[in-house]
Write a protein that binds this ligand. Structure first.
Ligand SMILES: Nc1ncnc2c1ncn2[C@@H]1O[C@H](COP(=O)(O)OP(=O)(O)O)[C@@H](O)[C@H]1O
Ligand SMILES: [Mg+2]
Length: 354
C-alpha cells in the first residue's frame, strides 16, 4: 500500500482536499478582467490551490516562482521559457524574431529541457518589455492568459527598479489575468496596500486560512482506517489537535503516523512515535537554525513553544513585539488569531532540548 499522505510540493487530485469555495472564487475571478493577489504564510496551500483553480477554469496559464529568479534578464528568460513550453512555435515565432535582443533557445543535451538565455545587455528593461508584449500579443480578449507569479514578494530582492518597471508594463495589458502569490505577509501587504507602492491596489486581495477541520477530518480518517481500524477516528483528532489544521504539518504528521501503523507491530503511542521520528530527522537542521537566533528571539521562541505567557516583565512589550515581527518576517512565527510557531515540530524539539 502506498502512503496516502503527501507533504512538500504542490498537491493535486486525491491529495488535495476541500478549498471548494476558494477554488470557485478564483475561477469566477478569472472570468473578470481583474488580477488577484493571494497571501498566506508559506505551506498553507496557495500554489496548490491556484493550480487547481486554473486547471478547473480550463485556461491557458504559465507560472514562475520568483524565488528562483536571479536578475531582470533571468526573469525575462525564465518567462520566455515558460511561454515557449506552453505555446506553439508558430504562434510566437514572428514576434520572438523581432525582439530587440535575440534570445538563444537551446535544448539541454543531458536533461532534454529547454534553456533560454539573452545576450548581455545594458538595458534589461527591453527584455522584459518584449517578453511581456509577447504574452499579451499571443492572446486575445476572449482567450486571456493567466500568469501566475509565485513568491511575488521576491520582486524586491531581484532588483530595486523591477516593481516600478513591471507595473508600468502590466498597466497596458488587456489579455492577461495575473495571479500574484506571496508568503511574506508584511512585505506583500506593503507591496499591495501601501499608497506609495507601484502595485498599490493592483488586484483583489485574498488571504488563505488553514483548512476547515471537518474536511480535513474526513480526509485523514478515511486514509487511516485501512491501517488503524477502530483507532482511526481518535488518531485523526489527535493529529488535528496537534497541528491545528495546518495543511502541510498535518499531512506530514499523518504521513509518519501511517508509516508507524504500517510497519510497527505495537500500535500504541502512534502520534508520539511519529513526532519523535520527525524531530530526529530534523535535529541537525533545527540545531543550525537555532544557533542563528539572538537571545531575545530565543526567549520568545521558547515561550511560544511552551505555550507560555510572553508578558512576564522579563522583556519590554516593545522588545517582544519587534522580536515577534522579526520572527514572523523570517517565517518562524505566524499570526492566525494569535502568534504561534510556524513549525510545531520545531516547538517540540525546543521543549525537549532546552
Ligand atoms: N488543499 C489541500 N489539501 C491537502 N493538503 C494540502 C492542501 N493544500 C496544501 N496542502 C499541504 O500543504 C503543502 C504545501 O502546499 P503548497 O501549495 O506548496 O503551499 P504554499 O504554496 O502556500 O507554500 C502540500 O504539500 C500539502 O502537504
Ligand atoms: Mg507556494
Amino acid at each position: 500500500m502506498e502512503n496516502p499522505f503527501k507533504f512538500g510540493s504542490i498537491v493535486e487530485d486525491e491529495f488535495f482536499t476541500d478549498r471548494v469555495q476558494e477554488t470557485e472564487y478564483i475561477c469566477n475571478y478569472l472570468q473578470s478582467r481583474n488580477h488577484l493577489v493571494l497571501i498566506s504564510p508559506r505551506r498553507f496551500g496557495k500554489s496548490s490551490l491556484v493550480l487547481k483553480a486554473v486547471k478547473k477554469a480550463n485556461r491557458p496559464y504559465i507560472q514562475l516562482n520568483l524565488q528562483r529568479v536571479t536578475s531582470i534578464a533571468d526573469f525575462a528568460a525564465k518567462l520566455l521559457r515558460e511561454i515557449y513550453n506552453t505555446h506553439t512555435w508558430t504562434k510566437i515565432k514572428d514576434q520572438v524574431m523581432r525582439f530587440r535582443v535575440i534570445p538563444t533557445i537551446t535544448t539541454n543535451q543531458v536533461t532534454g529541457a529547454i534553456e533560454v538565455g539573452f545576450q548581455p545587455t545594458q538595458d534589461q528593461r527591453v527584455l522584459l518589455e518584449d517578453v511581456f508584449a509577447l504574452m499579451e500579443n499571443a492572446h486575445t480578449e476572449s482567450d486571456r492568459l493567466v500568469v501566475i507569479l509565485d513568491e511575488f514578494q521576491e520582486i524586491r530582492a531581484i532588483s530595486p527598479v523591477l516593481e516600478k518597471t513591471l507595473r508600468a508594463i502590466m498597466q497596458e495589458q488587456k489579455h492577461i489575468n495575473y495571479i500574484l502569490l506571496g508568503s511574506q505577509e508584511s512585505m506583500m501587504t506593503d507591496i499591495f496596500e501601501n499608497v506609495q507602492s507601484p502595485f498599490y491596489h493592483f488586484g483583489g486581495l485574498m488571504r488563505l486560512k488553514k483548512l476547515p477541520r471537518e474536511e480535513f477530518e474526513e480526509y485523514l480518517r478515511t486514509r487511516f482506517e485501512p491501517v488503524f481500524h477502530a483507532q482511526a477516528a481518535d488518531l485523526t483528532q489527535q493529529v488535528l489537535d496537534y497541528t491545528q489544521c495546518h495543511p502541510y504539518y498535518t499531512q506530514e504528521l499523518a504521513f509518519y503516523m501511517w508509516q508507524v501503523g504500517m510497519w510497527e507491530k505495537k500500535k500504541e503511542n502512534v502520534k508520539q512515535t511519529a513526532i519523535r521520528e520527525i524531530i530526529d530527522a530534523y535535529d541537525l537542521s533545527y540545531e543550525r537554525i537555532w544557533m542563528n537566533f539572538n537571545r531575545t528571539d530565543m526567549w520568545v521562541l521558547q515561550r511560544l513553544a511552551a505555550h507560555a505567557e510572553l508578558q512576564t516583565g522579563e522583556y519590554r512589550t516593545s522588545t517582544i513585539y519587534s522580536a515577534l515581527k522579526r520572527l514572523q518576517h523570517a517565517g518562524h512565527v505566524i499570526y492566525t488569531d494569535r502568534f504561534e510557531l510556524e513549525d510545531p515540530f520545531f516547538g517540540e524539539w525546543l521543549v525537549a532540548k532546552h
